[in-house]
Ligand binder design. Structure first.
Ligand SMILES: Cc1ncc(COP(=O)(O)O)c(C=O)c1O
Length: 370
């Protein structure tokens, strides 16, 4: 078909995003019933019961379109951060905010700076828009801010920084970020992706997008930050995320979104999840405590565990990661092998529930002991 000749190479050459192995696939392939998935940094403790109640309550309203402006959800987010609704853009996951930013700012002849390894979706969205990715390797597991600033060109429009970084779990130091920002031109937006922001324990040291909010607006319009309901709030299946930014930029992003991009159940559940601060605190404590337990147990098995400000951990098993990954799969446990990230002996594991973590520890203990 002639139509294929007209598709640009940057689309033809795209490699699909590699999602964690789906539970159903493992059940089918290996005939295993009890599967534990510690591969996609989900929150296995689940969402607030209040959020589930609100989600269920929408059953009678499913024939209606959702509120396209997300008025009530934006209201709760605005109050939480001390901004106005005009500073907030809602997305079908924070993935969609990345998409909006790229749609507005990237096209052939424009470039975007990001790190490797970091969240792979940044590069994909840039590629879809025909832009050029300038990719800077992490330095000692952290974003190399100096090298990133030096890589910015006249045609650079975005810098993506996942803070904490996925997969390293490291954070960006506040002073270093301010120095970095100082040297940047106003032809570029700096996107702090705080998908794991709620999990950060080294709070005093970590720069936050919220640091740039002042009197309901933005001190520095070059800074955009993103959050999600997929991680700490346990609503990955509903797909809700948001970006907070200067109102003039938010207005541009609003222009490129579909009119009803966040579903009715998603809006209602996210609103309740955000209001249930007590549940969030309890879940964070549980995850932190399990993370410490996993860390100590894995170190006792001879692994090297990177300290992490997220709900996942990067573990150097000292053995080929693919082998460990395959052997765990056979036992019904899905983790991430990090060979594709240039880390041939590392796996990445999400902190699961106490029972899931115990099963994982027992399985990996058997493997590493053998
Ligand atoms: C660093 C980072 N940013 C963003 C996301 C996207 O999250 P969502 O689209 O579910 O909000 C993820 C998901 O894994 C992530 O790791």
């Amino acid at each position: 078909m002639k139509i294929f000749d007209d598709i640009p190479n940057y689309i033809k050459e795209m490699v699909p995003y590699p999602p964690g192995k789906p539970i159903e696939e493992l059940k089918r392939e290996y005939g295993i019933q009890d599967v534990i998935k510690l591969a996609s940094n989900e929150n296995d403790y689940g969402p607030s019961p209040e959020a589930v109640k609100q989600f269920t309550s929408t059953a009678d309203e499913l024939f209606r379109y959702p509120d396209g402006s997300g008025y009530y959800l934006k209201g709760v987010i605005a109050e939480h951060f001390g901004v106005s609704r005009e500073n907030i853009v809602l997305g079908n996951g924070s993935n969609e905010i990345i998409d909006f930013l790229c749609r507005v700012l990237v096209r052939p002849g424009r470039s975007v700076v990001s790190s490797f390894p970091s969240f792979l979706v940044y590069q994909k969205m840039v590629q879809i828009m025909g832009g050029e990715n300038i990719v800077i390797p992490l330095k000692e597991g952290c974003h190399d801010l100096e090298a990133m600033a030096a890589a910015v060109r006249d045609d650079t429009r975005l810098i993506f920084l996942d803070n904490p970084n996925n997969p390293m779990g490291t954070i960006i130091n506040r002073e270093k970020f301010h120095a970095f920002l100082k040297g940047l031109p106003d032809t570029v937006l700096v996107v702090l992706d705080e998908a794991y922001g709620e999990f950060v324990r080294d709070d005093a040291d970590c720069v936050r997008g919220a640091d740039f909010i002042s009197q309901g607006g933005f001190q520095d319009p070059r800074v955009v930050f993103m959050r999600t309901f997929s991680k700490a709030y346990g609503l990955a299946g509903l797909r809700v995320g948001y970006g907070i930014m200067d109102a003039r930029i938010a207005m541009l992003l609003e222009r490129v979104r579909q009119p009803f991009n966040v579903s009715l159940p998603a809006q209602k559940a996210a609103l309740s999840a955000m209001m249930d601060r007590e549940y969030l605190t309890r879940i964070l404590q549980a995850i932190w405590s399990e993370m410490d337990r996993l860390s100590h147990a894995l170190e006792a098995l001879g692994c090297v565990v990177a300290s992490s400000n997220t709900n996942f951990m990067l573990v150097d098993t000292g053995r080929p990661a693919r082998e460990i990954y395959e052997a765990l799969l056979q036992k019904g446990i899905i983790v991430r092998a990090m060979d594709a990230y240039g880390l041939p002996t590392h796996i990445r594991i999400t902190v699961g529930t106490k029972e899931e973590n115990s099963s994982f520890l027992s399985a990996i203990g058997n493997l590493l002991g053998s």
